[in-house]
Design a protein around this ligand. Structure first.
Ligand code: GLN
Length: 316
C-alpha cells in the first residue's frame, strides 16, 4: 500500500533542506522579492483526502497556471471554435517568445504560451467589459476551489502592466495579423489580472480537482467541462504546460502539469489526485526548480506517472 501521508511529509522535509533552489522571477518586481526558502505542497486525492506539506496555505501568484482556467472557460463558452485562433502543438520555445508568430501568421502554437493565452483573453472578452470578465474569472476559480478567500493581487497586476513590454509586443503583433479582436491593451488588462490571481497550494489543488475527475466538479456533481474536454486539457498540459521544458517534465514526472513564473505547478494524476506545489526559485526555462523535483519524487513514489503500467493493488 502506498502511504501518501508519509510520502508527502518526506518530500516536504527533503525540499526544506534542498540546496539548489533556483532564482525567483526577476522581471516582475513583486515576484523578485519572494523568499526562495518557501516550499509548499498540497495533494488532494479522488476521495477528497488532503495531504499538506510546508507552506501549503500561503497564497502565491499563480501566473501562467491561470491559463488552464482561462482555457477551460473559453472552451465552455466558445467550444472548438477557439482552435481556429490558437494551436495545440508544443512550441519548443520560451513562454514569451515571438519568433514563431511571424511565420505562423499570428496564430500562437498553443494556449499555454503567453501569445496563446492573450488570444484566449481576447476570445473571452467578446461581448464583455474587461472588469466584468476579470470578476467572472475570479468567481469561476473561487467556485472550482470552493473557497471565497481567493483574490487578485492588484500590486502584481500593476507591475505586469508597467513592465510587460514583451506581452505588449506579442499582442500588437497578433493584432497586426488580425488575430485579436479587441484593443491589445484591453486583452492584456484581462491577461495581467488572471496571472495575478493569488492562491495557496491547497486552494490551487482544490481548483484542479475537476481535471482528475473527468471534468466533474466534486462539490456539485455537475460537469465544469465534458470528460472529453477535461482529457484534452490534460493532454495540452502534458505536451505544452512547461513551454520548452515540457518534454523534460513528461520524462521526469509523467503527469499533465502547468507551471507559472510565481513558482507554482498544478499537476493532475487522472483519477487519482490533484496536486499543487510551490517554490519561487525557477530554472532557466521559468519552471519551479523544487516544484519539478517534488513532483518527480511524488509521481515515482506513488506510482502515478501516466506512463506507469498498472500494478495490481498490494503488489507494489
Ligand atoms: N504573467 C507572466 C508573463 O506574462 C506569466 C508567464 C509565466 O508564468 N510563465 O510573463
Amino acid at each position: 500500500m502506498v502511504d501518501l501521508a508519509a510520502i508527502v511529509a518526506d518530500i516536504g522535509a527533503e525540499m526544506a533542506a534542498a540546496p539548489e533552489r533556483g532564482v525567483p522571477a526577476q522581471y516582475i518586481p513583486p515576484l523578485a522579492c519572494v523568499d526562495p526558502a518557501r516550499f509548499g505542497m498540497a495533494v488532494i486525492e479522488a476521495d477528497g483526502t488532503c495531504h499538506l506539506a510546508g507552506d501549503a496555505d500561503m497564497p502565491f501568484s499563480i501566473q501562467s497556471i491561470s491559463k488552464v482556467f482561462a482555457l477551460t472557460m473559453a472552451l465552455g463558452r466558445e467550444g472548438d471554435r477557439i482552435w481556429s485562433r490558437v494551436g495545440r502543438e508544443p512550441s519548443g520555445s520560451a513562454f514569451n517568445s515571438i519568433v514563431q508568430l511571424e511565420t505562423e501568421h499570428g496564430i500562437p502554437r498553443n494556449p499555454f504560451i503567453n501569445a496563446g493565452a492573450i488570444v484566449v483573453s481576447d476570445i473571452l472578452l467578446a461581448r464583455h467589459e474587461p472588469r466584468e470578465l476579470i470578476g467572472e474569472m475570479l468567481r469561476f476559480i473561487r467556485t472550482l476551489a470552493g473557497d471565497e478567500d481567493i483574490f487578485i493581487d492588484e500590486a502584481v497586476a500593476r507591475a505586469e502592466q508597467q513592465t510587460g513590454f514583451r506581452n505588449f509586443a506579442l499582442a500588437n503583433y497578433m493584432k497586426a495579423f488580425g488575430n485579436l479582436q479587441n484593443d491589445p491593451a484591453r486583452a492584456l488588462g484581462v491577461y495581467f489580472h488572471q496571472c495575478s490571481l493569488a492562491l495557496s497550494c491547497r486552494q490551487l489543488a482544490m481548483a484542479g480537482r475537476f481535471l482528475m475527475r473527468g471534468g466533474v466538479n466534486p462539490e456539485t456533481g455537475f460537469n465544469i467541462v465534458s470528460a472529453e474536454r477535461a482529457r484534452r486539457i490534460n493532454a495540452l498540459m502534458l505536451t505544452c504546460g512547461h513551454y520548452d521544458g515540457s518534454g523534460e517534465f513528461a520524462f521526469r514526472v509523467g503527469l499533465p502539469g502547468k507551471s507559472g513564473v510565481g513558482g507554482g505547478i498544478l499537476a493532475i494524476a487522472p483519477g487519482k489526485a490533484s496536486v499543487a506545489v510551490w517554490s519561487p526559485g525557477l530554472d532557466a526555462k521559468g519552471n519551479s526548480q523544487l516544484g519539478k523535483l517534488a513532483l518527480e519524487r511524488l509521481a515515482a513514489r506513488a506510482g502515478w506517472s501516466i506512463f506507469d503500467a498498472p500494478v495490481a493493488e498490494g503488489a507494489r
